[in-house]
Design a protein around this ligand. Structure first.
Ligand SMILES: *[C@@H]1O[C@H](CO)[C@@H](O)[C@H](O)[C@H]1NC(C)=O
Ligand SMILES: *[C@@H]1O[C@H](CO)[C@@H](O)[C@H](O)[C@H]1NC(C)=O
Ligand SMILES: *[C@@H]1O[C@H](CO)[C@@H](O)[C@H](O)[C@H]1NC(C)=O
Ligand SMILES: *[C@@H]1O[C@H](CO)[C@@H](O)[C@H](O)[C@H]1NC(C)=O
Ligand SMILES: *[C@@H]1O[C@H](CO)[C@@H](O)[C@H](O)[C@H]1NC(C)=O
Length: 416
């Protein structure tokens, strides 16, 4: 049972909805299951929306391959369903909670074999009953979100659904095609905090490009979408949101900003034009700021520098010759949080490689020598702790790289 657990429950929940038929909508829907599509206006209780794991977790600034698509279960059932999670989400949002519970209870007593049999039946049923595609689910959510006469609750629900759906690159692409981007961007202006947070989060997710998986595809998608998003003024709005008094809003906005401008020249230019560097500096140099925001800032600095290293024909932005800015990054490496320390070191490494950063600024103004020495001492201690050893070794390699680049940069100064 433990092994079957999650998948079985997903399917049973979905089938419960399919057979109960909560809404009233598509009477002409064919097939034994009689699955009905219902938009928000037709449902009695749309409020059972469960919190998905994805909505609880923090988006990682690395946009890792693992995170993207994690929500969607690809197990043995890849046949007829494009997005299990999308279906589940939709099903729950459009079902009768009381009956759903009842059905769920009635299958609790089934054995593993019976459950497996049930799964096959359900799979068969779903194929026949034409589950709504992700695109249809997106369309419903977008239409709801775009309907100004719907309640705040309906709007929040629509955003939650989109949040889950855009995890998949194809869906993120569809968000654009279906006109959802403009609708979501408009919600950045909503007076409701939760709505603004969810909207920023969706934009971030939909725009994050994944450097490992499907590099070409994601590049294509982000280039297309990005021009449009920037044109709608979303970046400016998001940058204001970064400074919000709500930590959560600041974090999601920062996540979206980073995702939007990543590897994009126009995005970078707009970011600097909007005073993005001083926003970053304010966050990094203020130790009362939320640590997640500081980590995201350090990662963004590394991204900005790395991008600059790629586009060699572009003059480096003045930010990089600002020694106060450099110091705010270097100072982060003294943090007692190892993760922040590592991200800051990565940023320092990239900054050192830039032409406009000065070796002597790092040495004299930022005190990089002393910083590296302290970091090494800390690492020595970490090495003694069994469970930290791998991390300590990675950090040591990183330190070695930083020092090497730093030494070389200093030598260049002496040669001149
Ligand atoms: C309702 O069913 C018909 C026939 O199967 C289909 O053409 C139509 O797209 C469906 N409507 C919705 C909203 O799915
Ligand atoms: C918007 O929602 C209202 C209230 O539920 C509904 O009557 C109306 O038909 C919807 N408009 C559109 C364009 O879907
Ligand atoms: C949103 O609603 C307006 C009218 O209220 C309509 O013109 C527009 O096409 C709708 N957008 C989407 C994406 O549904
Ligand atoms: C948000 O509202 C402001 C002022 O009301 C307006 O100027 C701006 O265009 C709106 N932004 C979006 C993205 O709708
Ligand atoms: C530092 O951050 C805290 C918490 O966000 C804020 O209250 C304070 O004003 C900031 N200090 C400065 C100097 O910006």
């Amino acid at each position: 049972m433990a092994e079957l657990g999650v998948h079985v429950w997903l399917f049973l929940l979905v089938v419960a909805v399919a057979s109960v038929g909560a809404g009233v909508a598509n009477k002409s829907c064919s097939g034994g299951g009689g699955l009905y599509l219902a938009t928000a206006k037709e449902e009695e209780e749309g409020n059972l929306l469960v919190k998905k794991p994805a909505s609880d977790s923090e988006p990682t600034p690395e946009y890792s391959a693992v995170k993207v698509g994690e929500v969607v279960d690809t197990d043995d059932f890849d046949g007829g369903f494009s997005s299990l999670d999308g279906m589940l989400h939709w099903a729950i949002g459009h079902s009768n909670p009381a009956r759903l519970r009842q059905t769920a209870q009635s299958v609790q007593h089934l054995s593993a074999d019976e459950l497996q049999k049930r799964q096959l039946e359900i799979k068969d049923l779903m194929e026949k009953s034409k589950m709504p595609s992700d695109a249809q689910l997106m369309q419903i959510a977008i239409t709801d979100l775009n309907n100004s006469s719907l309640s705040l609750e309906d709007r929040r629900r629509a955003l939650q659904e989109l949040l889950v759906l855009v995890e998949l690159i194809d869906n993120a692409n569809d968000l654009d095609k279906l006109g959802g981007i403009a609708v979501v961007i408009r919600e950045l202006n909503n007076s409701d905090l939760q709505i603004r947070i969810a909207s920023a989060w969706i934009l971030g997710k939909a725009s994050q490009n994944n450097p490992v998986v499907q590099k070409q595809a994601s590049k294509y998608i982000s280039a297309l979408r990005l021009a449009y998003i920037l044109q709608l003024g979303a970046l400016t709005k998001l940058m204001k949101m970064v400074k919000s008094s709500s930590v959560e809003e600041g974090i999601k906005a920062m996540y979206a900003v980073s995702a939007l401008i990543r590897n994009n020249l126009d995005g970078h230019e707009m970011f600097f034009a909007g005073d993005g560097d001083s926003i970053l500096q304010d966050i990094m140099s203020n130790s009362s700021m939320d640590i997640r925001l500081r980590k995201k800032s350090a990662s963004l600095v590394a991204d900005l520098a790395d991008f600059q290293l790629q586009v060699t024909n572009k003059a480096e932005p003045p930010l990089f010759s600002n020694r106060y800015f450099l110091k705010s990054v270097v100072d982060l490496t003294a943090s007692s949080d190892f993760d922040l320390q590592e991200k800051a070191l990565m940023a320092v490494k990239s900054l050192l490689k830039l032409k406009t950063t000065k070796a002597l600024d790092f040495k004299d103004f930022c005190g990089l020598d002393g910083v590296m020495e302290r970091t090494r001492e800390q690492l020595q201690q970490l090495m003694g702790e069994e469970y930290q050893r791998d991390f300590a070794r990675d950090m040591e390699n990183l330190c070695r790289e930083v020092e090497l680049i730093f030494r070389r940069k200093l030598e260049e100064v002496h040669m001149i």
